[in-house]
Design a protein around this ligand. Structure first.
Ligand SMILES: [Zn+2]
Length: 242
């Protein structure tokens, strides 16, 4: 509720007030992104925003940790999933910074049949049982508002969670309940999907990393540092599913 009020305030208070300041953007160069192997342009503005959690990596709280997470996710998506790039358009860190994934203009790989019509935003962390901090959720809402303001997201966009378009736990039970109270959330996106929208090559393989029902490769060791804040280290490592 606090974040919602702040977002509203952002529209009505003076331009340089704290709540109206755009969140800090961390560019691909800043987080050391590898170049994409291919880029497909979005048709703008997009009509959908899709919300994700990362599940793994777990929440990051400093720029250094979040940069490590971005690098790990990109490596996982490019090497394990054979995707062109990190799947998401943007990631929101627990440090309240926005990390550029594929950005505003490139088609992502995060939600089958919606990739070419959406901006995919991941809130880094496992939001199965707990919510992200209010400040992290506010940063995500500010990012959406930036996208509307700058013409990348339709003013009448629709907000959905990943699980609404694929069988997955993402964005986690707690966050999924939360986003149902966010502006523009809709319960039945399938009714609005154009039936002929085909799967593309990056849709064919679900991303096991963000879902507790999947198993992960040995690379999980690289993010073990996060598991001290998780509910159970062995659960994080073995990806026991709920
Ligand atoms: Zn997801």
């Amino acid at each position: 509720m606090i974040s919602y009020i702040l977002v509203i305030l952002c529209y009505f208070t003076v331009a340089n007030s704290f709540v109206c300041t755009d969140p800090e953007i961390v560019t691909r160069d800043e987080w050391g992104a590898k170049p994409p192997t291919d880029v497909e342009n979005l048709t703008l503005p997009v009509p959908y925003v899709v919300i994700h959690h990362s599940y793994i990596p777990a929440a990051c709280s400093t720029k250094e940790e979040c940069i490590n997470d971005m690098q790990w996710m990109q490596k996982y998506h490019q090497q394990n999933n054979s995707w062109c790039d990190i799947g998401y358009n943007f990631a929101v860190g627990g440090d309240n910074r926005i990390y550029v994934g594929r950005g505003w203009t490139a088609v992502g790989a995060h939600a089958p049949r919606y990739n070419s019509r959406s901006i995919g935003i991941v809130l880094i962390g496992d939001w199965t049982d707990i919510l992200p901090p209010e400040s992290q959720m506010l940063a995500a809402k500010q990012l959406i508002n930036m996208g509307i303001r700058d013409g990348y997201i339709s003013e009448n966009y629709k907000l959905i969670g990943h699980r609404q378009v694929r069988e997955t736990a993402c964005p986690g039970e707690a966050l999924y309940k939360e986003i149902q109270m966010w502006p523009h959330w809709i319960p039945n996106p399938d009714e609005e999907v154009i039936p002929v929208v085909p799967l593309d090559k990056e849709d064919l393989k679900p991303d096991p990393r963000e879902d507790p029902d999947a198993s992960l490769a040995s690379e999980d060791n690289e993010i073990k540092r996060h598991s001290s804040t998780d509910k159970d280290e062995s659960t994080s490592r073995s990806i026991k599913h709920t």
